[in-house]
Write a protein that binds this ligand. Structure first.
Ligand SMILES: Cc1ncc(COP(=O)(O)O)c(C=O)c1O
Length: 405
């Protein structure tokens, strides 16, 4: 079969590969615990359901403008004003089928072959693949001090005449770290002075804990959105638990949004209108939903961290946002793919290997599920790995004896 050279190099999502293995085991009746998945369990906001149901009920579901329904764009403009203190025009906003598509359109719009896009390790797994898909080169900056946030000088050193953009995701998937205000300020200044785009993937920006806030890049510039090199991407997937609706957006200079719109028009025409109605319902409905979710996730984070702190050999940094943490499992294995496969087969726990996030020897664990899943999942992992833990455990109604340590 003939497959293009580029397509052959695009890697499968590591999360999806393990999900598939877990799904097969679950279908066989195995009591799988999923600590890999990155989506909240709550039902979506009622305002989102009612708004999409009303759209369905009127039966008028046709193509919509390629850059999104005007009413949803208006809701995004209000969201941007309330959360970023910036009043933008409808021409500065494009609605896409998820933050992911907005980001892909954006990379497509700005990248010439061989252009470089700077990614900060640990980084979201899709970034390098998306950059490659537009014939760009991902340039990874890994913190030399072993932390989860590169220093400004390290990022500055990675810039070349081919650099088109730096992608920042804070709070960060997979580490849960929030980038400090000073660093965001320095990056804004750097990008504006060098004419480089600063892409802020803000998909988790309100899922922050203990009174911390993820600084907005706009607060560090006096430039108008038109002159600024900041581009925001965001969406309803994580904050409203609406991953299945596939609605995200980008905010940026109008010429850029125009080009992104042309790309979107030629590939998907427009995001699904029923989903856009749902997103509008979520953004214009009662916002206590997001705060309730944040509090639940913060509590889950506390449970996860206390479980991991009593896991011998494992080192973990307390995440300040998202629903992920990135513990260091190098005491048990330096190969995170092998370790995740071992944990799935022996303990029936799904984890995500750190390697595709640029953090070999680490595992990404999600605490977006229930407290029971977190405690039971970590107990099973301890049983599978830690020789000091009891060598018998119940997995479902089966008593399991560890015979490999
Ligand atoms: C950093 C980051 N950006 C974007 C996305 C995808 O967002 P969406 O569902 O809106 O495409 C994810 C999902 O895991 C993510 O972690």
């Amino acid at each position: 079969m003939s497959i293009s050279q580029l397509a052959r190099t695009i890697k499968e999502s590591p999360t999806l590969a393990l999900n598939e293995a877990a799904r097969i085991l679950r279908e066989r009746g195995e009591p799988i615990i999923h600590l890999g998945i990155g989506e909240p369990k709550n039902k979506v906001p009622i305002t989102a359901i009612l708004s999409s149901a009303a759209k369905l009920k009127n039966g008028d579901i046709k193509y919509a403008p390629s850059d999104g329904l005007p009413s949803l764009k208006k809701a995004v403009i209000r969201y941007t004003e309330e959360n970023y203190g910036r009043l933008v025009a409808p021409e500065n906003v494009i609605i896409s089928s998820g933050d992911k598509q907005a980001l892909y359109n954006l990379l497509f719009a700005i990248t010439d072959p061989q252009d470089e896009i700077i990614l900060l390790a640990p980084y979201w797994v899709s970034y390098p693949e998306m950059v490659r898909m537009v014939y760009g080169i991902p340039v990874i900056v890994t913190p030399e001090d072993g932390s989860f946030i590169p220093r400004f000088e390290e990022i500055e050193r990675a810039i070349s005449s081919y650099t088109k953009a730096i992608i920042v995701n804070s709070p960060n998937n997979p580490s849960g770290a929030i980038y400090p205000p000073d660093l965001i300020g320095q990056l804004v200044e750097l990008c504006e002075s060098r004419g480089i785009y600063l892409i802020m993937d803000d998909i988790y920006h309100k899922l922050v804990f203990d009174g911390h806030h993820a600084p907005s890049a706009y607060q560090f510039t006096t430039r108008d959105v038109e002159e600024s090199h900041i581009v925001l991407v965001n969406g309803v997937s994580k904050l409203y638990g609406m991953t299945g609706f596939r609605i995200g957006w980008a905010v940026g200079p109008r010429r850029l949004v125009e080009v992104m719109t042309a790309i979107q028009a030629q590939t998907t025409s427009c995001p699904a209108v029923v989903s856009q109605a749902a997103a509008e319902g979520a953004l214009t409905g009662v916002q206590s939903f997001v705060e309730d979710l944040r509090l639940t996730i913060q509590n889950n984070r506390d449970v996860m961290i206390s479980e991991l702190q009593s896991f011998s050999g494992v080192r973990v940094e307390k995440p300040l946002g998202t629903f992920y943490c990135l513990p260091d499992f190098r005491a048990y294995s330096s190969n995170s793919v092998e370790l995740a496969t071992f944990l799935l087969n022996k303990a029936l726990v799904v984890t995500v290997p750190g390697a595709p996030f640029g953090m070999e020897g680490y595992l990404r664990l999600s605490y977006s599920g229930s407290v029971k899943e977190i405690t039971e999942g970590i107990d099973r992992m301890k049983w599978a790995l830690d020789p000091n833990s009891p060598n018998e455990i119940y997995i479902g109604d089966r008593k399991m004896v560890r015979d490999w340590l």
